[in-house]
Design a protein around this ligand. Structure first.
Ligand SMILES: [Zn+2]
Ligand SMILES: [Zn+2]
Length: 457
């Protein structure tokens, strides 16, 4: 059909060509000029360029999904005249209907439907919804401002490495995989999305009730124990919340692609593009950036694939988070079979690399670091990418850290074993007569950063 401004126009955004053809036949016969787009991005572009009276968009398709299309069009209230938006979908779930209406859809039609149903909706109010300059659509709700005057603090929600280990032998330290919540200077920053992010999400939903949440998730790497909880993170399912995800491109795939892959069928029923939350994934290029008032620096650590540690600088001190790291020197000292000269070179290189990590964590108020093994266990796990207690205590002592948390507990370690490792760590510190405080990370444990008292005079 020719595009003619004399006719009422409707834009159909759907990746199903058969569906678009069907709609064109129905509406063409009813006096509408039908425009088509096969994906979200070109649909949004056409909606802005051609200003149709109505948009019919699928909820689920590649690229921008229906939620994002509604949001993008509604954000231009006052800039373009607002079309009537009808979401069409096979989803009968009440949560999808509610979310679509919340982000700006006028109607929600479950496929299959009849021509009459669609035409009746389109004729109601004759298409275009008047958007008077004097009565703009209300802006989306502002994100809830956190009190900036509260002291920065952190809370452990998942402390385990590799795989969740619930059960009676892990009740004290907890069985969830890596997730730490930081509240600092008005920001919510989440370190990793292991299974601990599920209870964190529930707690956030309860705390904020229906107020919009704005948060940042920093991913150290995409090994499963650091991302597996994200599909169960409730705040990512509310269109009012903003979830920014930062991390680095992996060895084989980009961050976005790895995060979405774990949610594709046959692994999970809801794919990431179907999550109604306002989710933005950014692959970091720089080693330094800011989240509000919080400066963040990163360092690549020794772990298979691409893995970083983060250091957050708050107004009351800094937190270094290196959940997976195998100190270089110990690893290289095990690389047997080399000529002595080569071995010496390897150790020199390893020492320089460890020194870089020490500089990265230098004078940190809090260090959360991989201490998966004890000294004896490490001997049979050389090259697995994880540290042992003796080495991380040494790193913390060299770096002048104030508070050390042993982290990424081995799934085979029960509470008694972790407590023994903690005792060992404290003994080493005592032998050095150092003031370093040591604890083993434990689910539910909170730590408040205190500003150093200002020098008198
Ligand atoms: Zn891990
Ligand atoms: Zn890992």
């Amino acid at each position: 059909m020719q595009y003619s401004r004399a006719m009422k126009t409707v834009l159909v955004i759907d990746d199903d060509a058969g569906f678009r053809k069907q709609i064109t036949q129905w509406l063409g016969g009813a006096g509408w000029c039908v425009l088509e787009a096969a994906d979200g991005e070109s649909g949004i572009h056409l909606a802005i360029e051609l200003k149709p009276e109505a948009v019919i968009c699928s909820l689920h398709m590649p690229g921008s999904n229906g939620f994002q299309i509604c949001r993008s069009i509604r954000e231009r209230a006052g800039v373009i005249e607002q079309p009537k938006i009808i979401v069409t979908t096979g989803s009968v779930y009440a949560t999808d209907r509610r979310s679509a209406i919340e982000v700006g859809a006028d109607e929600y039609l479950v496929k299959p439907f009849k021509a009459d149903d669609l035409i009746r909706i389109l004729d109601l109010g004759q298409g275009r919804r008047p958007v008077a300059a004097s009565a703009p659509r209300p802006p989306p709700p502002a994100y809830t401002i956190l009190p900036a005057d509260q002291p920065p603090r952190l809370k452990f929600w998942g402390v385990r490495g590799s795989i969740p280990t619930p059960g009676p032998s892990t009740v004290w330290y907890g069985g969830n995989t890596s997730c730490v919540e930081v509240r600092a200077d008005g920001e919510i920053i989440i370190l990793d999305a292991g299974s601990g992010i599920r209870p964190l999400g529930l707690a956030l939903a309860k705390e904020f009730d229906h107020r919009p949440i704005n948060l940042t998730l920093l991913i150290t790497h995409t090994h499963w124990d650091h991302i597996q909880g994200f599909p169960f993170f409730i705040p990512a399912y509310s269109p009012h919340n903003k979830v920014r995800i930062f991390g680095y491109e992996g060895a084989r795939k980009g961050l976005h692609s790895t995060l979405t892959s774990q949610m594709e069928s046959p692994y999970f029923p809801v794919s990431m593009r179907h999550m109604p939350g306002n989710i933005a994934v950014t692959e970091l290029k720089d080693r330094e950036f800011t989240i509000g008032q919080v400066k963040v620096t990163t360092a690549f650590v020794n772990h298979p694939g691409v893995c970083v540690g983060y250091r957050l600088f708050s107004s009351a001190g800094s937190i270094a988070y290196l959940p997976d790291n195998e100190p270089f020197q110990r690893l290289r000292s095990h690389s047997g079979g080399q000529p002595a000269a080569d071995q010496l070179e390897a150790l020199k290189y390893a020492s320089e690399q460890d020194q870089k990590i020490i500089e990265f964590i230098r004078d940190a108020d809090v260090l959360i670091i991989d201490a998966q093994y004890d000294d004896v266990e490490y001997e049979s796990h050389v090259g697995w990418g994880h540290g042992c207690v003796d080495d991380v205590v040494a790193l913390a002592l060299f770096a002048g850290v104030k508070q050390l948390f042993l982290f990424h507990h081995d799934p085979d370690h029960d509470d008694a074993q972790i407590s023994r490792m903690l005792d060992r760590a404290r003994q080493i510190v005592a032998m050095h007569g150092d003031a370093l405080a040591v604890d083993a990370a434990r689910e539910g444990l909170e730590y408040v950063l205190k500003s150093a008292p200002k020098a008198e005079g």
